[in-house]
Design a protein around this ligand. Structure first.
Ligand code: COA
Length: 327
C-alpha cells in the first residue's frame, strides 16, 4: 500500500473571544473552577452569521497554500463535523462549491471529537489504494451553536474553529502515517448526545422547550472512559509502530480537558512537556481540535520534518482513535 503523509495544514478561528470572566457574569461559576478542572481560560466563538463552512473555506485556503496546491489538485474532500451548516447538503459539498473545486467526491463524517482522526484513516486508505492522490480532510465545528448556555457543567467547555490537513502520497516510506487504530462503543452513546433534531426526536416546540438541541454530557462518566480509552489507543498505536512513549517528540491529544491529556500522557509514558496544549486558549472544539493544534505546532516550529507525532482522540459515539506519524 502506498503510504501517505500530511503535506500541508491550515486553520481558522473566529475572532470573538469568550473568557472565563464572561462566563462568571452569566453563570454560577468561577475562573478558578474552570481553570483547575479543565485548563480552559478562553475560547473563540462564531457570530450569528458565521457557519462551519465559512471557517472551513478560510482554513482550506491556508492548507492549500501550505501544500503549494490548487483547488483543482484535490481528489476527495472529507469534513468531520457534528455541527454541519445543514443536515444536508453536506458541509463538504458547500466547501467544494465555494472553493471552486472539480466535481470530486465530497462527504461529511460524524464521529464527534474523533472525527478528524477517522477522516485521516479514510484518506490514508484511499491514497493507499493508488486511485487518489491529494485528499483534503477538515475537522470543523461551531459548538457554540449547540451549547446549552444555561448548563454550567458543559457550557464553559466548548469553542469554535476549523482545521484542515491535506494528505498526499509519501515518496519516503519512513515518513507519514506509521500506525493507526480506531474504535467505537455505541452502548455508551448516551454519555454524550445531542438528543433533538434527528429522526428519533424531530424538531418540535417540545424539543426546543426541553433544550434537546444542545449538547448533553455526563461529564464524570465520560471523563473515566476518555482516560482509559485514549491511554490504551495511544499505547496500541505506539506498539504497532514499534515505538514507545519515549520516542514521541510531540503528543497532540484531543483537547477536552487538561487533566485527561496529562493522564493519557502518563499511561502512554510520554513526558508531560511533549504534550501540545491549546485547550487553554480555544477550549474543546470537538473534531476541529486536533487539526488546529497540528497547524499551530507547524507554525510555531514544534513539529519539524522527521518529528514523531502521536495523535489521540476520544468523543461521542463513543468513538476513539490514535495515530503515530513521522512528520
Ligand atoms: N462551575 C462551578 N461548579 C461547577 C461547574 C462550573 N462550570 N460545573 C460543574 N460544577 C460543580 C458540579 O455541580 C459539582 O458540584 P457538587 O459537587 O456540589 O454536585 C462539582 O462541580 C463537581 O462536578 P463534576 O461534574 O464531578 O466535576 P468534574 O471534576 O468531573 O469536572 C468536567 C467536570 C465536565 C470538566 C469533567 O467531567 C470532564 O472534563 N469530563 C469529560 C469531558 C470530555 O472528555 N468530553 C469528551 C470529549 S468531548
Amino acid at each position: 500500500m502506498i503510504n501517505s503523509r500530511i503535506i500541508g495544514t491550515g486553520s481558522y478561528l473566529p475572532e470573538k473571544v469568550i473568557t472565563n470572566q464572561d462566563w462568571e457574569k452569566r453563570l454560577d461559576t468561577s475562573d478558578e473552577w474552570i481553570t483547575t478542572r479543565t485548563g480552559i481560560k478562553e475560547r473563540k466563538w462564531t457570530t450569528a452569521e458565521q457557519a462551519t463552512s465559512d471557517l472551513c473555506v478560510e482554513a482550506g485556503k491556508r492548507a492549500l497554500a501550505a501544500a503549494k496546491l490548487n483547488p483543482d489538485d484535490i481528489d476527495v474532500l472529507i469534513t468531520a463535523t457534528i455541527t454541519p451548516d445543514h443536515a444536508f447538503p453536506s458541509t463538504s459539498c458547500i466547501i467544494q462549491h465555494r472553493m471552486n473545486m472539480r466535481t470530486i467526491p465530497a462527504f461529511d463524517i460524524a464521529a464527534a471529537c474523533t472525527g478528524f482522526l477517522y477522516g485521516l484513516e479514510i484518506a490514508r486508505n484511499l491514497i493507499g489504494s493508488g486511485r487518489y492522490k491529494y485528499i483534503m480532510v477538515f475537522g470543523a465545528e461551531c459548538l457554540s451553536k449547540i451549547t446549552d448556555v444555561q448548563d454550567r457543567s458543559s457550557a464553559v467547555l466548548f469553542g469554535d474553529g476549523a482545521g484542515c490537513a491535506i494528505l498526499g502520497p509519501s515518496e519516503d516510506p519512513q515518513r507519514g502515517i506509521l500506525s493507526f487504530n480506531w474504535h467505537s462503543d455505541g452502548s455508551l452513546g448516551k454519555l454524550l448526545i445531542q438528543p433533538g433534531g434527528g429522526s428519533r426526536n424531530p424538531a418540535s416546540h417540545e424539543t426546543v422547550d426541553k433544550r434537546m438541541h444542545t449538547i448533553q454530557m455526563l461529564g464524570n462518566e465520560t471523563y473515566k472512559h476518555a482516560v482509559s480509552k485514549m491511554g490504551q489507543a495511544a499505547v496500541d498505536a505506539l506498539n504497532a509502530a514499534g515505538l514507545t512513549g519515549k520516542d514521541v517528540d510531540v503528543f497532540i491529544p484531543h483537547q477536552a480537558n487538561l487533566r485527561i491529556m496529562q493522564s493519557t500522557a502518563k499511561r502512554a509514558k510520554v513526558a508531560l512537556e511533549k504534550v501540545y496544549i491549546t485547550v487553554d486558549k480555544y477550549g474543546n472544539m470537538s473534531a476541529a481540535t486536533v487539526p488546529i493544534a497540528m497547524d499551530d505546532a507547524v507554525k510555531d516550529g514544534t513539529l519539524k520534518p522527521g518529528s514523531i507525532l502521536l495523535l489521540d482522540a476520544f468523543g461521542g459515539g463513543l468513538t476513539w482513535a490514535a495515530a503515530v506519524i513521522r512528520w
